[in-house]
Write a protein that binds this ligand. Structure first.
Ligand SMILES: Cc1cc2nc3c(=O)[nH]c(=O)nc-3n(C[C@H](O)[C@H](O)[C@H](O)COP(=O)(O)O)c2cc1C
Length: 227
């Protein structure tokens, strides 16, 4: 499978969230060899969308001639897009949001009703694409924290999406937390293996991965003790 990882963390490979993403990919690779390419979005020249809509009327060419042209080609050549990002103000970091906005050339102005909502009709065929969101965050729980980002992801990619949210993710970069992060990453590898084989992750396993690694109060006390 051709997998494109869009790493939205400005910390590149040092990203807390990328620990989870790499473990997931390791699990997928255990099931079958995968062709993975990772883009550190912070290193790319991606202009903001100006909202001119010319790309939606002219067959898909944006007025900006920047790295987004090759990224769109890579997206179209992929089977799975992994959006790996830290939660910033309950959403995705700005460089990754700029990339998301700039996927507009894949759609036309024409819209159709699907169930209760409208969506644009594509001007490229990306029907085989599947979408995975992997997001880490600094707070110790997932209950409301990830709701806006997950809602955006579900609406943008209504077909074939899976969402993994991991609270307390700075612990992945803390060697002293290995006693809890390593078992968690083992679960993530298991999830990756499952996903590669079946295209999904068991609900119980997903819930375990998305739960705090240590009690919320303990995590908050550790963070507060360092500041
Ligand atoms: C600008 C900014 C906004 C943030 N907003 C949130 C937030 O809304 N909720 C949260 O739990 N953590 C928030 N965080 C913390 C990060 O999500 C957290 O540090 C995460 O582990 C960083 O992941 P990374 O290393 O993959 O970039 C924010 C961090 C920054 C720098």
């Amino acid at each position: 499978m051709k997998i494109l990882v869009l790493n939205g963390s400005p910390k590149r490979e040092l990203s807390d969230t990328m620990h989870v993403t790499r473990a997931f990919l390791d699990g997928m690779n255990e099931a079958a060899p995968q062709a993975v390419h990772t883009i550190h979005v912070i290193d790319k020249h991606i202009e903001y969308c100006t909202g001119c809509f010319s790309c939606m009327r002219n067959g898909g060419t944006c007025i900006h001639d920047d790295n987004m042209r090759e990224i769109l080609n890579e997206i179209l050549a992929s089977d799975l897009l992994i959006w790996s990002f830290p939660l910033y103000c309950y959403g995705m970091p700005a460089p990754l949001k700029a990339l998301l906005d700039r996927t507009l050339p894949l759609s036309s102005m024409a819209m159709q009703k699907v169930g209760e909502r409208y969506e644009h009709i594509g001007q490229a065929d990306f029907s085989r694409l599947r979408y995975l969101m992997i997001s880490g965050c600094g707070f110790p729980n997932s209950r409301h924290n990830f709701e806006p980002a997950a809602a955006q992801f579900r609406l943008c990619f209504p077909g074939g999406h899976t969402i993994i949210t991991v609270p307390e993710s700075p612990m992945f970069n803390a060697p002293e937390a290995a006693v809890v992060t390593e078992p968690r990453l083992a679960l993530v590898r298991q999830a990756g293996k499952q996903y590669a084989k079946s295209g999904g992750i068991d609900t119980a396993l997903l819930n375990e991965i998305c739960s705090p690694m240590i009690p919320e109060e303990q995590y908050a006390a550790i963070v507060n003790g360092r500041v």
